[in-house]
Design a protein around this ligand. Sequence first.
Ligand SMILES: Cc1cc2nc3c(=O)[nH]c(=O)nc-3n(C[C@H](O)[C@H](O)[C@H](O)COP(=O)(O)OP(=O)(O)OC[C@H]3O[C@@H](n4cnc5c(N)ncnc54)[C@H](O)[C@@H]3O)c2cc1C
Length: 495
Amino acid sequence: MNAPETAQFAVARQREVVEALRAALPKGAVLFNEEDTRPYECDGLAAYRQLPMVVVLPADEAQVIAAINVCRRLRVPIVPRGAGTGLSGGAMPIADGVVISTARLSRIVKLDAYSRTAVVQPGVRNLAISEAAGAHGLYYAPDPSSQIACTIGGNVAENSGGVHCLKYGLTVHNVLRVRMVTIDGEVAELGGEALDAPGLDLLALFIGSEGMLGVVTEVTVRLIPKPQQARVIMASFDDVVKGGNAVASVIAAGIIPAGLEMMDKTSSRMVEPFVHAGYDTDAEAILLCESDGLPDEVDEEIARMEAVFREAGATALAVSQTEAERLKFWSGRKNAFPAAGRISPDYYCMDGTIPRKNLAQVLLGIADMEIKYGLRCANVFHAGDGNLHPLILFDANQPGEFDRAEHFGAEILELCVAVGGTITGEHGVGIEKINSMCVQFSQAELDAFRAVKQAFDTALLLNPDKAIPSLRRCAEYGRMHVRAGKLPFADLPRF
Ligand SMILES: Cc1cc2nc3c(=O)[nH]c(=O)nc-3n(C[C@H](O)[C@H](O)[C@H](O)COP(=O)(O)OP(=O)(O)OC[C@H]3O[C@@H](n4cnc5c(N)ncnc54)[C@H](O)[C@@H]3O)c2cc1C
């Protein structure tokens, strides 16, 4: 290996790219010194890091186009980036690539209370939309727990969800229009402000495409009226199986809660000393179940929910009596990930989705894996959507623990697929779950995904090597999708 020459080449390449970008963008929009680019080396999946060659900070759409044109001409890979809170490595840089940060595209362009829509730039924080809409009695429903920091551009790219998505839908159900720049430097608008748009539904295809199809420059979101009242029940269970089954029972009773979340004992004990939310830390599982709407509707629905939980074997029920108490109950759930940092040096947050009826079975499977891998796991998740978030606790300084955590996570995802679920719910595939894509999808399906990418990204420069694994990667992972007992490419050597 010829390290000095490799480094020399990288420096020359960096100079070439920086000069071209500086010629196309205003002063201060191009970062390339290590102390400036270091903050961009990872996203929320901090176990994986890569210093980018260059970071650009465009301030408007014309500057996004200029940056993309330079990258295309010089064949430089591009990684779009919002706030960097993603948990699957989607915004992790590529060594010889350019990060396009949307930090300066942070303007709410228009808020129209009459049509209940807001037009925002991609770097606007999720919560900032609801804060601005609040003056009109409106809000933006998808509420990732990271909403104080994450951006709408990142939400679109990940099709993010949150506590309220069970009733109000994911990002894809609350975005009307996306304006984006393609790798050819052209501006395209997907969707529209009317209820339906002509042509193929490319908006739905684009939402969740993890920065691989284009760079979002503007988003029109739907706003909805704030409910007159909301109350939440905290239900305790002495057994996770009963808690899991209670989730299925609520939905089976014809109730669509405004939020239905579950925390196991490890999670509630992890969170309670941090936020003092009033959680029952003796319960094996607690459910947080919200009702919202007109006051009479809420009272009636809360009574029905309580009856279902009693029938399902709840050992205690507490209903929020004030708005402050409701927010206190939710504060623990919303702060669960940061709280993990108090009891473990590192944690690995998985994200898989399963049919609700299999919740108890999968939670028991995860408990067995804790013994197998010798690591603790806290389960805190969007139970109503069947969207699991096992937090695998480990210490990266202990030899072998990170590897064990990774294998533990991969086995959880395989269990999700085995019960009829998927390897991601809302955090995306990125680099974190790229191997698990080989388990979930056949080669033909992966080829179809690749063809869709190439139809948008003709130069294959937008967030390459994320989300869609190559045939070689699947072969190396040794976990190709088996359909009807037949392994695809059976003649290919396995490693
Ligand atoms: C504590 C914590 C709690 C979380 N809770 C939730 C939760 O409840 N629900 C949930 O869904 N997620 C959650 N997340 C994950 C994360 O916040 C979301 O995925 C969020 O949408 C990422 O937004 P971001 O602005 O940080 O994007 P980034 O992390 O910067 O990027 C994410 C992806 O979007 C792409 N991207 C960003 N901007 C653009 C753009 N303008 N054009 C094209 N592509 C772009 C990137 O390339 C990358 O692939 C949580 C994360 C943390 C740290």
